[in-house]
Design a binder for this molecule. Structure first.
Ligand code: GN1
Ligand code: MG
Length: 366
C-alpha cells in the first residue's frame, strides 16, 4: 500500500523548487486517483498529481503523448492569436529527469499537470447564466483543436464511445453475470432491450461519411469546465485523458447529458431526474456561438440523436459494469453503478419525451 510518505516522495519527483507542504484528494473522478499538491515555492503554489488507472488506460505513455501534442498545439495557437478573455490550458509537468510519467515501485504510473488557479467547477448547473459558458468552453476547445489533424493523436482507448461495442459487451455479460434480479435491474434490462436499435446511429453516420472524424475531448461533463471564481466566466476545460480522434457529437451529447440534469448524475432519487430544456438552449447557444464556423448541415441533424444516445450509452456502461461486478467505474456503495444507470436511463426517457422541443431549440439556433 502507498503511504502518506510515499505520496510526498512521488510529488517531489515533479517538484523543481520549494517543498511539498500538503497533498489532498481532488475532485471525484470515476477512473484515476487525483490529488492536489501544495508547495511552498514562489514559482508554483499548486499542481495536480494523478495516478493513471491502467485497467482503463492501458498505454499511459500514449495518453501523455496525446496530451502534450494537444496542449502544445493550443498554446502555440493562443500565443499567435491571443483571445480577448481568460482561457487557460492545463500543462503537462515533467519529472526532474524530464519525463512526463513517473513509475512507482508497484508499477503505478503517475503524472503531474498544472493547476488552474482562481477557478472552480460545479457538479450540477444551478445558475442558468453558467449554461452558455459551459457551451462556450466546449466550443472554444473544439475550435482550438479544429486545425490539428485527428491522425496526430493516437487512439488511447479503443471502443470509447462506440455504442455498438458497449452493447456487445452488455449482451455478453448478460449470459454470465451473477447479479440477483430486482425490479430495478429488470427495468434497466427492458429499457436497454427497447433501444438496441438506436445504438448504431452515430457510428453508421461516421461510416457513411456523414459525420467526419475529428478530435474530441471525450469527457466534457460539466465538472470538467472551470469557472473564474470572480467573473464566473468559463476559463478552462480540464481532464484531457480521453482526447483522441472521434466525433464532436460524443462531446456535445456528453456535455448536454451532464449539463441539463440539475439533479446530478450521482443522485439516488433517480425518479426525479429531468432533462432541462432551458439549460439545453443555453449550453447549445454558447456552443454554437463559437462552433458554428466549423459545423456542417449534417452536424446539426445529428445533435438530437447524439444527446439521446450518449445518455443512453452512459446508462448502458454503468449497467454493464454493475452486472460485471464493478470492474471499471469506482463505486462508493454496492448498488452505486445500478443507481447511476437508472439516472441516465431516466434522463434518456426525459430527452425522448421532449424530442420536439429539443429539435426546435436546435433549429432556432441555426
Ligand atoms: C468517467 O473519471 P471521470 O469521472 O473523469 C468516464 C466518462 C464518464 C464519466 C461519468 C475514461 O470519467 O466516460 O462519462 O466517468 N471516463 C472514462 O461520470 O471512462
Ligand atoms: Mg475523465
Amino acid at each position: 500500500m502507498t503511504t502518506e510518505m510515499n505520496f510526498i516522495a512521488i510529488a517531489e519527483q515533479f517538484t523543481f523548487s520549494g517543498k511539498v507542504t500538503a497533498i489532498q484528494s481532488l475532485g471525484n473522478g470515476n477512473i484515476n486517483d487525483t490529488f492536489l499538491v501544495t508547495l511552498d515555492s514562489p514559482d508554483r503554489k499548486h499542481f495536480v498529481l494523478q495516478r493513471i488507472n491502467t485497467q482503463v488506460f492501458q498505454q499511459p505513455p500514449l495518453v501523455m503523448q496525446n496530451m502534450q501534442i494537444l496542449t502544445d498545439h493550443v498554446c502555440i495557437r493562443q500565443s499567435r492569436t491571443p483571445g480577448d478573455r481568460r482561457w487557460e490550458v492545463p500543462r503537462v509537468l515533467l519529472t526532474q529527469d524530464h519525463q512526463n510519467l513517473w513509475r512507482d515501485e508497484n508499477g503505478g504510473y503517475w503524472r503531474a499537470i498544472s493547476f488552474i488557479e482562481n477557478a472552480q467547477s460545479f457538479d450540477t448547473l444551478t445558475n442558468n447564466s453558467h449554461a452558455p459558458e459551459i457551451g462556450y468552453a466546449l466550443g472554444m476547445f473544439h475550435n482550438l483543436i479544429s486545425d490539428l489533424p485527428p491522425s496526430k493523436l493516437a487512439d488511447t482507448l479503443p471502443g470509447f464511445h462506440i455504442t455498438p461495442i458497449y452493447l456487445q459487451q452488455y449482451q455478453q455479460i448478460l449470459t454470465t453475470h451473477q447479479r440477483q434480479s430486482s425490479p430495478e435491474v429488470n427495468y434497466c434490462l427492458e429499457f436497454v432491450n427497447n433501444r438496441t436499435i438506436i445504438a448504431d446511429i452515430l457510428e453508421n453516420a461516421k461510416a457513411a461519411g456523414k459525420l467526419p472524424l475529428r478530435l474530441m475531448h471525450g469527457d466534457p461533463k460539466i465538472n470538467n469546465v472551470l469557472f473564474d471564481t470572480v467573473t464566473q466566466k468559463a476559463v478552462s476545460i480540464i481532464d484531457l485523458d480521453t482526447v483522441k480522434p472521434g466525433l464532436v457529437h460524443y462531446d456535445i451529447g456528453d456535455c448536454l447529458r451532464s449539463g441539463c440534469n440539475p439533479t446530478g448524475e450521482e443522485t439516488e432519487s433517480w425518479e426525479q431526474v429531468k432533462f432541462e430544456t432551458d439549460l439545453c438552449q443555453g449550453i447549445l447557444q454558447g456552443y454554437l456561438d463559437v462552433a458554428q464556423a466549423f459545423l456542417t448541415e449534417n452536424d446539426y441533424i445529428y445533435i438530437y440523436p447524439a444527446i439521446r444516445l450518449i445518455s443512453f450509452e452512459l446508462g448502458l456502461r454503468f449497467l454493464t459494469d454493475y452486472l460485471a461486478g464493478d470492474v471499471y467505474f469506482k463505486i462508493k456503495y454496492p448498488e452505486h453503478n445500478l443507481a447511476r444507470a437508472l439516472v441516465q436511463f431516466q434522463l434518456t426517457a426525459s430527452i425522448e419525451s421532449q424530442e420536439t422541443q429539443i429539435r426546435q431549440i436546435i433549429a432556432d439556433l441555426r
